[in-house]
Design a binder for this molecule. Structure first.
Ligand SMILES: [Zn+2]
Length: 335
């Protein structure tokens, strides 16, 4: 493309503001803690491999196009980032650029009676570190599977009591932001799987209490915390709506509720984006698509297959910044 600046042999992708979306895609919000969706062109036989930072990213076939669905970590600094795409038969991945906009999350102050849950002692820190490694292993695990149907099913009936992304201040001390959604519900109420998957871990964790992690495939993982009872074990297969445990207040919790974290390519994202119910496609509008800087769509109704591929074959100049800054060591907890 002659419009592109000399060294920039990468596509600059922008999200279109189209409103119609498909049932296999979440709502997009290209901000820290949000989700970006990019059109990779008309779907060929083989699913392309997309990566964001160190993690493989979800690729979904939707409306005859491959689309990558990328989770954006909450601690991502707004700015420009890259993802890569490799099609079958290509020696090298191609690199694409996109912008992450800032988002201001509100601050929430909480009082916790147990001081060790705010400033853990050394022994506890050791335990937290070990638990963190177990959870990270699940979040980083890639399981090939067909993407689950969206929208996800809310895992327990109840009001949303604390939203995703809140900046948390415990007893006057800033701690990690809220990495999930809290749903207020009485102790003992059944908690169900938001979508099909495999139980990847269960345990009693310091901050999260009794916890179940469900691997939904393609880097999408649910974590259910503070349970009073766990009804599944590692390796179990679950269907959407299967009971995995009961609501409780174990771990760092101020009362009975379910904390539900949703992770995509090891980025904790706003679960609400996946609870979104699409409208019927009566208007025949194409789903949201990215564009190149030239204004051409990268997919859509035109035979855009590999439009991205051909224009920007080089990638060596593009620094593939790690997708996230150094993780904050304080485990994401209360949750
Ligand atoms: Zn929570």
């Amino acid at each position: 493309m002659n419009h592109l600046p000399r060294p920039m042999l990468i596509a600059i992708l922008l999200l279109c503001s189209a409103t119609a979306r498909a049932a296999s895609l979440p709502r997009t919000e290209v901000v820290p803690g949000g989700v970006a969706v990019f059109d990779l062109g008309i779907a060929g036989e083989y699913r392309p491999v997309a990566r964001f930072g160190r993690n493989q990213a979800m690729v979904v076939k939707d409306d005859k196009h491959w689309r990558t669905v990328i989770g954006l970590p909450l601690d991502l600094i707004p700015g420009q980032y890259f993802f890569t795409v490799q099609n079958a038969g290509e020696d090298k991945p191609r690199q694409f650029k996109f912008s992450v906009a800032p988002k201001q999350y509100r601050t929430q102050h909480l009082s916790i009676a147990n001081k060790n849950q705010v400033d853990p002692d050394r022994k506890t820190l050791k335990r937290i570190k070990k638990e963190r490694a177990e959870m990270d292993a699940v979040y980083n695990h890639w399981r090939d599977a067909e993407p689950v149907a969206l929208p996800l099913q809310q895992p327990v009936k109840g009001e949303l009591s604390s939203s995703f992304g809140l900046r948390r201040v415990f007893n006057g001390k800033p701690r990690n932001p809220h990495s999930g959604l809290d749903i207020a519900a009485p102790s003992g109420r059944p908690v169900t799987a938001p979508a099909a998957g495999e139980i990847a871990a269960t345990g009693h964790y310091f901050f999260n209490g009794n916890t179940v992690m469900i691997d939904h495939g393609q880097g999408l993982v649910s974590m259910m915390c503070h349970l009073s009872k766990i009804d599944v074990k590692k390796g179990d297969k679950v269907k959407r709506g299967d009971i995995i445990g009961k609501v409780g207040s174990t771990g760092r919790a101020t009362g009975p509720h379910l904390h539900w974290s949703l992770s995509l390519n090891n980025a904790r994202v706003n679960p609400k984006l996946f609870l979104w119910a699409p409208k019927p496609r009566a208007d025949k509008k194409p789903p949201a698509q990215p564009e190149t800087t030239t204004g051409k769509t990268a997919g859509g109704n035109k035979p855009a297959k590999n439009e991205l591929n051909n224009k920007h074959p080089k990638q060596k100049n593009a620094k593939n910044k790690p997708a996230r800054k150094k993780a904050i060591r304080q485990p994401s907890g209360r949750q």
